[in-house]
Design a binder for this molecule. Structure first.
Ligand code: BG6
Length: 513
């Protein structure tokens, strides 16, 4: 209460709306792990595409900090060789390369060596002069999570990380990290403590590349820019929701990493929970970063906990045949490469609506999608005596994240003819047909957003911890065996039979892969 009477506190609206485009400030991207796989396959191709589309800041440079010694020319050749394979637009645009290459510089050093960071500091000062980047720095840690503490220490020790005391402070310092953000709840908290010791949360950009996918961003636009779906988007009309992320590939050359990780840490804790949150969240009060992230976090808080023996009733874990023979995998590994689970969101909107999630490697096909299964019609008008038609299929709305990006709605229709015969048909929207421009890669959008300081599409500290508090007891139960067996499945199939049984118990079945 204030002197005038009631004091109403308004909700803080921090962060720029995601809608605002525009060229980012001048800056230098300082890349750790610049000769690694992620940099070669995703980061350089994304930066290059941004350069080609003229979206990078006019004053821009990349400084690659690497443990291997490479002079600038050798480094540029290495980047070019990667671009020739992985750039989105082929053949490589030589004119863009001629503009891009001189902005790449390298420096070698050790992550635990203070002298290397002192040299980095000098180098960054020179680069800022040479390229006019005004001292704005984006540190990108494309390195294994075990190196984060050393790199943070090195940067902080050299005075390269300045804590932002207020929004829009310049020159700005931002840090981008890649998942996994920890291994479980405890280690995630530890990492967050290390980050918050040197940076303000608004300077930390935790990449979850799913959030950069056009089709994932479109979930919010689809829900909140159209009037007709949202009134149906609740327990009164929706029977259940299915979220699938099936991959055709196995663990490829990442056996060692994967065996420590498994599908729940690799796909569920981050990508799939983020997709679930976008589908289940309430409308945000604005499209600002904090408002959207607040709503997603509420979904994580509403997830009904699963632990101990309950896990064996709601979760099916699987491992593909031949996984234990993969390079880097332990011969007696219990690491799941597949998971199917039944989740509940204990909120007013979703009470009684199960969310079924499944993700796995070495499955029949690559398919990531969300399907919203609506309830059946209340009475079977067309199934009475004399009617020729039989069972009606409930409507299904499918948000195809990849491939064949689009949205489809299935409904029942009368088959032309004298009888009332009914068949299922589909209305289908396809990005490739409706827009004559290619769908950008997730990393292009995300890198641009970090440079713009827009954190909407990045995971915030509280939601990362919230997601870990949901999955950690599930992981513990599976690891101890209390959560059930690890089922094997043949490569190229839909996963273990037990996953089908999980839905069959509820009288439902998965969309066929
Ligand atoms: C990564 C996982 O985060 O996502 C990989 O570590 C997985 O194991 C990949 O293959 C899937 O991404 P996408 O974009 O191909 O669906």
């Amino acid at each position: 209460m204030d002197a005038q009477g009631l004091h109403i506190e308004t909700h803080p609206r921090e962060g720029d709306p995601v809608l605002r485009a525009g060229r980012p400030d001048p800056c230098t991207v300082v890349l750790f792990g610049a000769t690694g796989d992620l940099a070669q396959r995703k980061l350089f191709p994304a930066l290059f595409e941004l350069a080609r589309a003229n979206l990078l800041p006019e004053h821009f440079a990349v400084v690659a900090f690497s443990r291997s010694t490479l002079d600038d020319n050798a480094f540029r050749e290495h980047v070019k060789a990667g671009l020739q394979k992985f750039a989105r637009t082929q053949p490589l645009d030589e004119a863009t390369w001629q503009r891009f290459a001189p902005r790449l510089e390298g420096i070698s050093g050790g992550y635990d060596d203070a002298a290397s960071f002192a040299r980095l500091k000098e180098k960054l000062e020179q680069v800022a002069q040479r390229h006019g980047t005004e001292g704005n720095q984006l540190y990108y840690l494309a390195t294994p999570a075990s190196t984060f503490p050393q790199i943070l220490n090195g940067l902080a020790g050299a005075g390269l990380l300045t804590r932002e005391e207020r929004p829009h402070q310049t020159p700005w310092r931002r840090l981008v990290i890649e998942k996994p953000f920890g291994h479980d709840l405890e280690s995630a908290r530890e990492l967050n403590r290390e980050l918050s010791a040197v940076l303000d949360e608004r300077q930390v950009f935790r990449i979850d590349h799913y959030l950069g996918k056009e089709t994932v961003q479109n979930i919010l636009v689809f829900r909140f820019a159209n009037a007709i779906f949202e009134p149906l988007w609740n327990r009164n009309h929706i029977d259940h929701v299915e979220i699938t992320a099936a991959e055709k590939i196995g663990v490829e050359n990442r056996g060692g990493f994967y065996d420590e990780t498994g599908v729940i840490r690799d796909m569920v804790q981050n990508h799939l929970l983020q997709v679930l949150a976008l589908c289940a969240m309430e409308p945000p009060v604005s499209f600002g970063a904090e408002d959207i992230r607040d709503e997603k976090n509420k979904v994580f808080r509403a997830l009904r906990p699963l632990e101990g023996r309950d896990v064996s009733h709601a979760v099916v874990a699987g491992q593909y045949q031949g996984y234990r023979q993969e390079k880097g995998v332990k011969p007696d590994s219990r690491t799941p490469t597949y998971v199917a689970m039944k989740m509940n969101v204990d909120s007013w909107r979703w009470q009684g609506v199960p969310f079924y999630l499944r993700a796995g490697k070495n499955l029949k096909q690559r398919l990531t999608e969300v399907s919203i299964h609506f309830k059946s019609v209340p009475i079977g008008l067309f199934s009475g005596e004399g009617a020729t038609c039989q069972r009606l299929q409930p409507n299904v709305l499918t948000l195809r994240i990849q491939p064949k990006e689009g949205i489809a709605l299935s409904f029942e229709s009368k088959v032309p003819g004298e009888d009332v015969s009914i068949a299922g048909v589909t209305m289908d929207f396809n990005y490739a047909e409706s827009f004559d421009q290619p769908v950008p890669e997730a990393y292009e959008r995300l890198l641009l957003d970090c440079m713009r300081g827009n954190a909407t599409l990045f995971a915030r500290q509280d939601s990362v911890e919230q997601a870990w508090s949901y999955v950690t007891p599930i992981l513990r139960a599976l690891e101890s065996g209390e959560g059930g067996d690890i089922h094997t499945y043949a490569q190229g199939t839909s996963g273990p039979d037990a996953a089908a049984a999980l839905l069959a118990r509820d009288g439902r079945r998965w969309t066929r892969l």
